[in-house]
Ligand binder design. Structure first.
Ligand code: SF4
Ligand SMILES: [Zn+2]
Length: 265
């Protein structure tokens, strides 16, 4: 009898995984600007305003490559939140009856107030700054000797090995936003090596970050620019940060055509 042969299927993954531009931007929710994403402070203010006004947001899952990265990032992030849930303060969702616990921003309850199960899952608490009109969900608030804002970042093995002494600049800026929103003094940026997902201490690097008032003030000024541009559109749209529409940054910007045509003026 002839044995069935096993054929190896090798589709061209390069095509399927083609990179597309990741647009992480500031979104508007109940009138609040929601601050999230590691590239937050890289955003051109003009682009942020045009994205809001023309609803150009959330185009980041264009390719399977981006979808893959996001899924991996989310998985790592959820695993970390679970790992530290006994020291965490936040909102708690019951995995059995799917109800949020009535009291928000607390340490993990022993049992669900509705069904009595002990399967409570950490959910990020939403912080608001009503004066600035911004909101954000830090990854976790942990309470050891003190309270800390925590930002989890999954990173490639190469990037992980190259991290020395301090975290990446974008992450530092982002955690300052959360330190400000939560009114805390310190936080940690935790890098997790995607090339070593055993989640042991060797697969993580923790960097302590202390509150930086100068950076926080700088951010408040940028937020004021966003708000002015959005609230009084099209009168106060921030000026261009690209020299011309063919620059690398402009080519990757989904507001480029609107930016340079100024058809909305
Ligand atoms: S093309 Fe450049 S200047 Fe214009 S919105 Fe985009 S990033 Fe900003
Ligand atoms: Zn329950």
């Amino acid at each position: 009898m002839e044995r069935a042969s096993i054929e190896t299927i090798t589709p061209d993954f390069a095509d399927r995984f083609k990179k597309s531009v990741v647009i992480e931007d500031v979104v508007l929710e109940d009138g609040y600007l929601v601050f999230s994403g590691g590239r937050l402070w890289d955003t051109c203010s003009r682009s942020a305003v045009l994205h809001h006004k023309f609803n150009l947001l959330r185009e980041y899952c264009k390719s399977s490559y981006i979808a893959w990265l996001f899924a991996l990032g989310r998985g790592v992030h959820n695993a970390m939140q679970e790992m530290f849930s006994d020291d965490a303060i936040g909102d708690w969702l019951c995995d059995i009856c799917n109800e949020f616990q009535p009291e928000l921003f607390i340490r993990k309850p022993f049992y669900c107030a509705f069904c009595g199960s002990n399967r409570l899952v950490y959910r990020e608490h939403r912080f608001l700054n009503t004066l600035l009109g911004i909101s954000g969900h830090p990854d976790q608030i942990l309470e050891f000797d003190n309270r800390y804002v925590i930002e989890y970042k999954s990173i490639s093995k190469k990037g992980f090995n190259e991290l020395e002494g301090r975290p990446l600049e974008n992450a530092e800026k982002q955690i300052q936003t959360y330190i400000d929103l939560t009114d805390l003094k310190e936080g940690y940026i935790v890098y997790i090596n995607k090339g070593d997902l055993e989640l042991l201490s060797r697969s993580m690097k923790w960097f302590k970050v202390v509150r930086d008032e100068v950076e926080i003030l700088r951010q408040h000024n940028i937020i004021a620019l966003y708000r002015a541009g959005i609230d009084s559109f099209p009168d106060n749209v921030p000026s261009r940060t690209c020299v011309n529409p063919k620059s690398k940054r402009a080519k990757n910007c989904s507001a480029r055509d609107l930016c340079w045509s100024e058809s909305w003026k």
